[in-house]
Design a protein around this ligand. Structure first.
Ligand code: SF4
Length: 393
């Protein structure tokens, strides 16, 4: 069997792995053994899996693959944050960031190479879109992070306790692969993370939120960024298809099925002179009056492609106070890992743009030309947020 046609076991969720092994004539417990070796111990050499018979290990090596994505580079910040650039099979590169904080470690992962949604404040969107990541490329980011940090079983490195889908791409537009990876994140024989500590953040793909209800119970974050449809339509073009009321309904419906204290997180990137005025805060408080949630305010991190600016500290403080006075729990994201360009809005990817967006809309000072399709530089940060658990980039 050629390598190209062999299934990559790393990305198979427990059900799919069990089904594959049963098809090979093995008992279900084999799947649990393999999950432990791959995801708890970080072993990807079949020969080292000593509690599996030698003939079956040899068969696995002939008929399957165990292949994490390739790490292109690593960048360490003085504050403990780490950014990695990961090569994916399509030829693009994506980024992931580790953010340690008191008692926890959050990994921000990517779900797509580029993004089709083109939010006006997002450099990932400006890069265009290449491809969905496979489930192996998504869970492979967590696998690589644990290897790099030395935090597989028996390792003494810092743990990854939280995962947020806030890297490159819109996770609900790569639904099946993201969900398979989430299954592995939660599975006790794999990563065993709490469902409260895995967060899917969406720009507002309403059908995806509705599908989540049938498929998972992890945390949900919605990227709002504006208190009304007119302004949101400028910042997040997807709003023209799924306006705010529809999005809030879907999020409410999802969260109501999760139980107590599982309200969604609302992310709001504050951009100077665009959506950071006190009247916007009051409008937001009114909009969310009957929508139980926690609000993350994310001061915009500037990058060269757009003219948006970060708000003043006073504007941020005023905005926060109005929301708090309205009874909301509000956090303001602090910038982390600035020196390695891994703060909110500073991630760098290299996307082979299949949409030719870059040719049609070149950056300021950059001629439109085909070589611009392989891009270096950009936000790679879906929603300028590091997650509802309060860690910050
Ligand atoms: S903010 Fe998120 S959804 Fe919008 S373009 Fe960027 S990556 Fe895509």
């Amino acid at each position: 069997m050629s390598k190209a046609t062999r299934p990559n076991l790393l990305g198979l969720n427990p059900d799919k792995l069990t089904a594959l092994l049963e098809g090979m004539g093995e008992k279900p417990y084999r799947a649990r053994q393999l999950l432990r070796w791959m995801h708890r111990r970080g072993v990807v050499d079949f020969g080292a899996m000593t509690d599996i018979s030698k003939p079956f290990r040899e068969r696995l090596a002939r008929e399957t693959l165990l292949a994490p994505p390739e790490l292109a580079s690593r960048h360490d910040a003085g504050d403990g944050c780490v950014k990695w650039i990961v090569r994916v099979a399509s030829g693009s590169s994506v980024e992931m960031v580790y953010i340690p904080d008191a008692g926890r470690g959050t990994l921000c992962v990517s779900s797509q190479a580029g993004c089709i949604l083109d939010c006006s404040f997002c450099a990932t969107g400006k890069q265009g879109f290449d491809s969905n990541l496979t489930a192996a490329e998504i869970i492979g980011q967590l696998w690589l992070a644990r290897r790099e940090l030395g935090s597989f079983e028996n390792g003494d490195g810092p743990p990854v306790t939280n995962v947020v889908f806030m890297g490159m791409g819109e996770p609900l537009l790569n639904f099946d692969n993201v969900m398979d990876a989430v299954d592995l994140m939660l599975d006790d024989y794999a990563y065993g993370l709490s469902k409260r500590r895995v967060t899917i953040s969406t720009a507002g793909v309403v059908p995806g939120i509705e599908r989540m209800r049938e498929r998972t119970d992890v945390a949900l974050a919605i990227s709002l960024h504006a208190p009304n449809d007119e302004l949101r339509g400028e910042l997040v073009p997807l709003n023209r298809k799924y306006p705010i009321a529809t999005l809030l309904d879907a999020a409410r419906s999802y969260s109501s099925g999760l139980g107590e204290n599982r309200e969604p997180f609302v992310e709001y990137t504050l951009i100077r002179g665009v959506n950071d005025h006190r009247r916007h805060a009051r409008e937001l408080a009114e909009l969310l009056r009957d929508f139980p949630c926690k609000i993350n305010l994310i001061p915009f991190n500037e990058f060269s492609e757009v003219a948006y600016r970060r708000p003043s500290a006073t504007s941020i403080s005023n905005f926060r106070k109005i929301l708090q006075d309205g009874g909301f729990t509000v956090t303001v994201r602090s910038t982390r890992a600035d020196e390695i360009a891994a703060a909110c809005g500073q991630l760098v990817g290299a996307v082979r743009d299949q949409t030719r967006r870059r040719e049609r809309v070149p950056r300021q000072g950059e001629a439109a030309n085909p070589t611009a399709r392989l891009i270096h530089g950009g936000r790679g940060d879906c929603r300028q947020a590091a997650g509802p658990q309060g860690s910050a980039r």
